[in-house]
Structure formats: structure tokens, C-alpha cells
Design a binder for this molecule. Sequence first.
Ligand SMILES: Nc1ncnc2c1ncn2[C@@H]1O[C@H](COP(=O)(O)OP(=O)(O)O)[C@@H](O)[C@H]1O
Ligand SMILES: [Mg+2]
Length: 241
Amino acid sequence: MSLLDVRGLTAGYGAVPVVRDVGLSVERGELVALLGANGAGKTTTLLAISGLVGLQAGEITLDGRPVTALTPARRARAGIQHVPEDRSLFPSLTVDETIRLACRTRRAPGWVLDLFPALERLGGRRVAALSGGEQQMLALARALCRDPSLLVVDEMSLGLAPLVVNAFFPVLRRVAAERGCGVLIVEQHVHVALRWVDRVHVMAGGTVAASGTVEEMRPRIDELAGAYLGPSAYPTEGDKP
Ligand SMILES: Nc1ncnc2c1ncn2[C@@H]1O[C@H](COP(=O)(O)OP(=O)(O)O)[C@@H](O)[C@H]1O
Ligand SMILES: [Mg+2]
């Protein structure tokens, strides 16, 4: 039984679905990337998993339990934490206040501080004064404070320097290995994703066009990039190890 199992997911914003018959899975302790060109339906899929977009058809299970009927708040309590593309932080709050609001405790749990030692140093700083990388760190830390079994992250590296992005992936690997958390991440840098994740699902035109382990997908990357991912899929100088 997978941690997350999505089958036949059909969802959208009006009568016409924008994702159709999406199937994907995430195992415990696994990092999975959702790839695809702009408009492929990645964000909609993540929103449907966390309950922020309604399902027209399909089934979503977490640990074998259907979550489809649960509200977003109850899905969060069941273990699904969603870091949205815009990170949804409050600019006027400090780092400590952001954590306190999320965790209902004065400090982040020790294991989260261990993953993000900078949280303590930045504790009194307002969100508005943080760099993009620091804001993403805070968004991830806030989600992890709730000890999720599934962490869903949309466009983690959006607007961040490659160096910063490359620092987050080892942290997510540790979250997966040490907490047994499953991580589903939308990543625009395909070559970065392939270096760090275990499996990928490639979306195109609102559905999953290809799925496989990194070993299976790596030889197909040029073909997949040409068919589904668009020019941004190709490596840039900054993406190179
Ligand atoms: N709030 C919305 N209302 C209506 N259509 C939307 C909304 N958000 C996204 N869409 C449409 O749904 C499709 C998939 O979008 P999205 O899931 O954001 O793709 P991706 O994250 O892969 O770029 C796009 O055609 C987009 O225009
Ligand atoms: Mg998106």
C-alpha cells in the first residue's frame, strides 16, 4: 500500500476539468517529482490532493484511507501538508511568530531546527525582510512543524538561485529518510529533480504522460523534454553540478 495513491483524478475550476484521469503514487520515505510544462496541470493536481480544488472524479488515499471526502483542514490533520507556489507567508509576521502560529508551540520542534539551523538566527526577522530562499525555508519549516506524513511542495525553486535550490534537496532527502515522510514536489529544473528524487511523473495536457524511476527516466530525458517539458527543461549553466 502506497502512502499516497491517486487514481482517476479529474478536477478543475469549473464544469470543464483541467486535469483528467491522473494517476500517481508516493511511497513512505520517497521523493517524487511532478514535472511538466506550464499549464500541464501540476498545480491543480497538488491542490486536488490537499483538498483546495474539488474532485469531479477519482480517488485519493493516504495510508490506504480515502481522504476525498475530507476538507483541506482535515486532510492536513490526516498528515498532508501543502507548501503552495506563493508560499503563503504573512509578510508582517516574524519567523518566530510564523512558526508559533503553525505549531502552537513557542519554538519549532528540535528536528526541524536541526534541518534548518538558520531559523533560530532569523527568529526575530519579519518575513518581508527575508530573502526568497529564507522565505522558502520558513514555508518548508512551517509545514514540517506539523509532522506531515506527506509533504506536497509546488515549484519549490521558483525564483531561487540554483545554489539555494541545491541546498533544499538534501534537506528533503533527510526528511524522507529520517521521518519516513513522502515528498511530492513540482520542480521546474528537470535535471535538478533527476539528481535528487526517486521517481518522476510527467504531466502533459492535464494528465500523466509518463512515470518511472529516475534510472528509467534519465535515458529518456531528451525525448521527454522534447515531447512534454518545453525549453526550460534543458539544463542551464546554473543547473550543472
Ligand atoms: N483558478 C483557475 N481558474 C481557471 N483555470 C485555471 C485556474 N488555475 C489554473 N487554471 C488552468 O488550468 C490549467 C492547468 O493549470 P495549472 O494546474 O496551474 O498548471 P501548471 O501548474 O502545470 O502550470 C491551465 O490551463 C490554467 O490556465
Ligand atoms: Mg503550477
